[in-house]
Ligand binder design. Structure first.
Ligand code: IPD
Ligand code: CA
Length: 275
């Protein structure tokens, strides 16, 4: 089986899982808690079960790591990262932005990725060395030259709620210096939106490997740049991630370096100074 077959099989599977997720979405299933602010529903588990069964049937020797607890042959050369619903909080509240995400690593390197948004019927696919596609049409990152003209996105980990998040300073400063920062609640779609030029960059602290695996391949295959927030290569499951269209990467990293040094950690404005 060659690599393209992995992408087409994965695309079939995420669409089936997406139909299951959509079925539950219309019924607004009960919210359960994995942690204080980390939600899960019957749909997350049903989607993961379907994906695992289908992958095992097609690729019995491949490993599997899934957000809802699947851990099978994780030392195999090929290993699938499954996010059965990326954007569970959106899903659980009836906010229509979530997806099923599947990334395939070969000896630790991501070689295929598929992200399916069942509400908007958008299927993003990428195979290493063969480009990235949205519903079978080739996509590429934006040509925005500088951060001042750019639109960005970030996220905040569902599982952690610190008293004050360092990322609030990043969120504030990027928002003030650019066209804005979106916090849509679905990291895999944020990454795909950079890949297809709807966003110029995205960053997040503490992303899990299943949130990022498929989406980062989408960005590199669409001509974008992926690194950690200090400019070093990003390792799956690493502490921080930034992706951009490439043109704005250096400028964004310079701003992040200033933020890490504490430059913009100003106190909150006094009451009334809301503008
Ligand atoms: C979450 C979303 C969110 C991101 C969180 C993720 P989940 O994934 O992608 O946008 O900010 O870090 O955990 O929990 O809905 O699969
Ligand atoms: Ca999830």
């Amino acid at each position: 089986m060659n690599k393209s077959d992995y992408v087409s099989v994965a695309a079939e599977i995420v669409k089936e899982a997406g139909a299951v997720v959509e079925h539950y979405y219309e019924r607004r299933p009960e919210i359960e808690y994995k942690g204080k602010s980390d939600l899960v529903t019957v749909a997350d588990r049903a989607s993961e079960k379907l994906v695992v069964e289908k992958l095992r049937a097609r690729f019995p020797n491949h490993g599997i790591i899934g957000e809802e607890g699947s851990n099978l042959d994780i030392d195999a050369d090929y290993c699938w990262y499954i996010d059965p619903i990326d954007g569970t909080t959106n899903f659980a509240h009836g906010y229509p932005l979530f997806n099923v995400s599947l990334g395939l690593a070969y000896k630790g390197e991501i070689v295929a990725g598929v992200v399916y948004d069942p509400i908007h019927k958008e299927c993003f696919t990428a195979e290493k060395g063969s480009g990235a596609y949205l519903n079978n049409r080739k996509i590429q990152v934006s040509s925005t030259p500088g951060i001042e003209q750019g639109l960005f996105a970030t996220g905040f980990p569902s599982a952690r709620r610190p008293e004050i998040s360092l990322n609030l300073y990043f969120f504030h400063q990027v928002s003030m210096l650019t066209h804005g920062t979106r916090r849509a609640g679905s990291a895999a779609l944020d990454l795909c939106f950079v890949a297809c030029g709807r966003l110029d960059g995205f960053w997040e602290f503490g992303l899990n490997s299943w949130d990022a695996a498929a989406g980062i391949l989408m960005v590199t295959e669409a001509g974008g740049t992926v690194s950690d927030m200090h400019g070093s290569p990003y390792q799956l499951g690493g502490v921080d991630l930034v992706v951009t269209n490439g043109s704005v990467h250096g400028e964004l990293l310079e701003l992040f370096a200033e933020l890490f040094q504490g430059k913009y950690r100003v106190p909150l404005p006094v009451a009334g100074a809301w503008e």
